[in-house]
Write a protein that binds this ligand. Structure first.
Ligand code: UDP
Length: 377
């Protein structure tokens, strides 16, 4: 007897499954890959380095409830992510901050810009680049043009195939200009990576007597959606179904394909102890890739060989590569709304997560959302 079916074993699916199972429901989790953890999946390489197969995932949150919840399933390695951008031969702290300004402008100009920034904004304020560009002070304008051209324009062209103005403003606002000297990528109260890796943490989340896990299974191999009813292996299923995969695929693309952005992940082992000065270095203006991550710097592991990852943005091609990011434009949002509206004709179906809700969830946001959705049940 199954009370609830969860499709997908990433954060949305795993946390929902655990919560429902702990509330006494029998839960079936269906996952099409041969592993849990979704895009957080990681593994230990032959060199002992923990590798994030789908790109770097650095956990950060201000939400004590989320941190405490996940801490039931993992210990954490303390880790505060720092990123540098390779700009005109120098490695500049990103988000661009008051010290970054000093590295790229002569000190008299940097003094003036800093004074102006502190006149218009508060110390430690985060100002999105597209906001900074609206300021008509000529020094601020010069800074905004510099940051726009050197940090955002070409990176965004590579990452999204668009100009910064064409994509939803919340995307570039993720990496604001920082009016202060904190050079961390995130300022959240809690930051870290699971000591034994994300995959182990997900295995612990799903390790519950009320949870059955079906790997290597596409939802449609066992379920069918027809005329407002959901069928499981041919029989009508009235329990709750939480779907965390691609919503356009779920409904056979009836309102058209939703665009996604993909990445080619190029891993290499380098025969040296250290490759670069930060865990992640962004290359906005050089090369085809957007950034290089050196994984041993995240868990501070010792090894003679180091492993790096170059991320090459690519168009998503169905059946060929992986959908990493929804493409956040007004037009795509309107297509998504049609799917979301249609999903309501299935009264026992919920859509949850980055792909199902076509949203740029951070890891902590989707954990929070999954916890609050299951509290409502
Ligand atoms: N971005 C940029 N230059 C950078 C870093 C980020 O233009 O050096 C822009 C780019 O559009 C990117 C967005 O800011 O997609 C969000 O960056 P973030 O690092 O949060 O992306 P993620 O790690 O989620 O891929």
């Amino acid at each position: 007897m199954i009370d609830s079916i969860i499709v997908g074993a990433g954060f949305a699916g795993a946390v929902t499954a655990e919560r429902l199972a702990s509330a006494g429901l029998k839960v079936l989790v269906i996952e099409k890959h041969n592993h849990v953890a979704g895009h957080c999946f990681d593994y230990r390489s032959d060199n002992g380095i923990i590798i994030h197969k789908y790109g770097p995932h650095l956990f950060h949150t201000n939400n004590t409830g989320v941190w405490e919840y996940l801490s039931k399933f993992t210990e954490w390695d303390v880790y505060q992510h720092k990123v540098k951008a390779f700009i005109d031969g120098q490695y500049i702290p990103i988000p661009f901050n008051l010290d970054s300004i000093r590295m790229v402008f002569p000190s008299s100009v940097a003094d003036r810009i800093e004074q102006k920034l502190l006149k218009y904004y508060k110390l430690n304020e985060k100002v999105p680049i597209l906001e900074l560009k609206k300021n008509d002070d000529k020094d601020i304008n010069m800074l905004a043009d510099y940051v726009y051209e050197k940090i955002f324009l070409n990176y965004t062209a590579k990452q999204w195939g668009m100009r910064p103005e064409e994509i939803d403003s919340s995307v570039t606002a993720r990496v604001p200009v920082f009016i202060g000297r904190d050079d961390r990528y995130f300022n959240d109260r809690y930051q870290g990576v699971p000591t034994r890796g994300y995959t182990k943490m997900f295995e612990n989340i799903l390790d519950h007597p009320n949870i059955k896990l079906m790997l290597n299974t596409d939802f449609k191999e066992v379920c069918e959606l027809k005329d407002g009813e959901i069928y499981f292996i041919g029989k009508k299923f009235d329990g709750k179904v939480v779907y965390t995969g691609m919503v356009d695929e779920l409904f056979d693309f009836k309102f058209g394909e939703l665009p996604y952005r993909s990445l080619k992940m190029q891993f290499s082992d380098i025969n040296q102890e250290s490759y670069q000065s930060a865990a992640t270095v962004n290359y906005p203006n050089n090369y085809e890739f957007t950034r290089i991550t050196e994984f041993k710097k995240i868990h501070r592991l010792k090894s003679e060989i180091t492993t790096i990852l170059k991320e090459m943005p690519d168009e998503y091609r169905r059946g060929e590569n992986t959908p990493y990011y929804p493409v956040f434009t007004g037009e795509n949002q309107r297509i998504y709304e049609q799917y979301a509206e249609y999903a309501k004709t299935y009264s026992n179906l919920s859509l949850l997560g980055r792909l199902a809700e076509y949203r740029y969830y951070d890891m902590d946001d989707i954990v929070m959302e999954s916890l609050s959705k299951t509290n409502e049940c």
